[in-house]
Design a protein around this ligand. Structure first.
Ligand code: ADQ
Length: 468
């Protein structure tokens, strides 16, 4: 295989690793062999914008980044990607804020990504583009004459046609998908929704393997669920559960147990319904008061958007209400912190917890569910409560599956989980653990790249558009 070129909106630079290392960097770690290139936004805003490409090298991998101008940051990233596409792809039409200028900014930044990437490319590079910020990137690269194999993976859900077409310019955006050779989704449901959009909008039917042809380009649409390095995470959890942070947390709980939630502070994660469910739980099942405390670690995210600011205020209110109602002078039912915690510390906390609550209203996959399973003590594992609307629910069927909109159902599941005998916990956990150790991050990369490698190279052709 030729050199791997990964393109994502935000490049996790080696200098920034640590508490912030996100799912993507971890998932791609095995695929990024020495010699690979990772290209994308530096995370910086500057007057120069994409004019200069910054190069860093670490452990044989080259990191090439561009800046965005303040205006591009707002139109491309804040407004269109996160203010229109993100809510759309999470079924939240009421939150979609579309402005034509922002869409123009989105298309323009994708064009600039293509122009900045072009001089770095070699003829046999295999290009793997990630996520909703960069849907039109292949179309822009093709317009510049790039004939390399190009794949795209969407980390969010995909929506059925009736929702997708609520987005102005949806047909244009959908058409840009068709310049990729391989398109990957986490689940069969998302793939079906995407192919339904293709059929309804472009009148094209795919074959049973998810192949279709659009204007001479053959596209393969695959299901490739993302995973984690479950063995590695399990080892970290075991070590961290004996460390300082875990000991301090354990001491603070006294004789009580711990239930945990770990999420970015995002409206898709179902935190309002979850917090309401915790209130219901302590109200309906008073025997659990003092016996368990709930810890929510919610890393602040996208704070410059109104929807996120409103979410935070609402959560502050519910936490105050719940704690005011049920706290004792020496026991707090709901502990809530709005910042990131180091991965090792989190792994140790997962292992301490008798229950994890992963209840997003919609989620592409949700890696926290897999991390929680990987972190458990095989002899005395905890119970996973999982939303039926997380992609992970298609795989992790032995979790306690709940409707995240139904606070009573979540409260009941908390009671069931905390009362479950160890035999049943072990049985469920064994099945879940087999799945998370089989569908790993390494397998995710191998499956995707194998599909991309099978694509025939296209004949070289001249650029349709000169670089401005
Ligand atoms: P996210 O929406 O970011 O990812 P998720 O899959 O849960 O959601 O991954 C988050 C990662 O960040 C996990 O590794 C988690 O441990 C970590 N994390 C979360 N909150 C944290 C905190 N407070 N402190 C420290 N670490 C924290 C997107 C999609 C998901 C999809 C992933 C990967 O929205 O559906 O699973 O990409 O494809």
């Amino acid at each position: 295989m030729g050199r791997l070129v990964v393109v994502s909106n935000r490049v996790p630079l080696p200098s920034e690793r640590g508490a912030k290392a996100g799912g993507l960097a971890v998932a791609l770690a095995d695929a990024l062999q020495p010699g690979s290139l990772w290209f994308g936004w530096s995370g910086r805003r500057s007057a120069r914008g994409s004019g200069t490409t910054h190069i860093q090298r670490s452990e044989g991998v080259t990191y090439a980044t561009i800046d965005l101008t303040e205006a591009e940051y707002h139109s491309f990233y804040v407004n269109f990607s996160n203010g229109a596409l993100w809510p759309l792809l999470h079924f939240r039409l009421g939150l979609v804020d579309f402005r034509t200028d922002d869409y123009g900014g989105y298309r323009s930044v994708n064009r600039q990504y293509a122009a900045a990437l072009l001089p770095l490319l070699r003829p046999d590079d295999v290009i793997w583009v990630h996520d909703y910020h960069l849907i039109p990137l292949a179309a822009e690269l093709r317009a510049l004459g790039v004939t390399n194999r190009i794949g795209f993976f969407l980390h969010t859900p995909f929506v059925p046609p009736t929702i997708f077409h609520a987005l102005p310019r949806s047909t244009e955006l959908l058409t840009t998908f068709c310049s990729y050779d391989v398109i990957g989704f986490h689940t069969r449901t998302y793939r079906t929704a995407f192919l339904d959009c293709i059929t309804e909008t472009l009148g094209i039917h795919s074959d049973p393997d998810g192949r279709f042809v659009w204007r001479g380009n053959s596209v393969r649409v695959i299901v490739d669920p993302i995973g984690i390095d479950a063995e590695g995470f399990g080892d970290r959890a075991r070590d961290a559960s004996r460390g300082n942070d875990a000991r301090m947390l354990r001491d603070s709980l006294g004789k009580g147990g711990l239930a945990i939630g770990v999420d970015r502070l995002d409206y898709s994660k179902g935190l309002i319904n979850r917090f309401e469910a915790i209130g219901r739980f302590f109200g309906t099942y008073p025997q659990h008061r003092r016996q368990v405390s709930f810890l929510q670690v919610a890393a602040r995210s996208r704070e410059d958007q109104g929807a996120y600011q409103r979410l935070r205020r609402e959560l502050d209110r519910i936490v105050g209400d719940t704690n005011g109602r049920y706290s004792e002078f020496d026991w707090t039912p709901l502990r809530y912190m709005t910042r990131a915690v180091k991965r090792d510390t989190l792994a140790g906390f997962f292992r301490l917890s008798r229950l994890a609550m992963v209840t997003p209203l919609r989620d592409g996959m949700n890696l926290v569910a897999k991390e929680y399973v990987a972190a458990q003590d095989p002899g005395d594992p905890g119970v996973l409560i999982l939303s039926r609307f997380a992609g992970a629910a298609e795989e992790l069927t032995e979790a306690l599956i709940v409707n995240p909109y139904d606070s009573d159902e979540i409260a009941d599941a908390m009671h069931v989980g905390l009362s479950m005998e160890v035999e049943e916990r072990r049985e469920r956990w064994n099945a879940l653990h087999t799945k998370v150790t089989t569908n790993t991050a390494e397998r995710f990369c191998t499956v995707f790249l194998n599909h991309l490698q099978q694509v025939e190279m296209k004949p070289a052709r001249p650029a349709l558009r000169a670089i401005s």
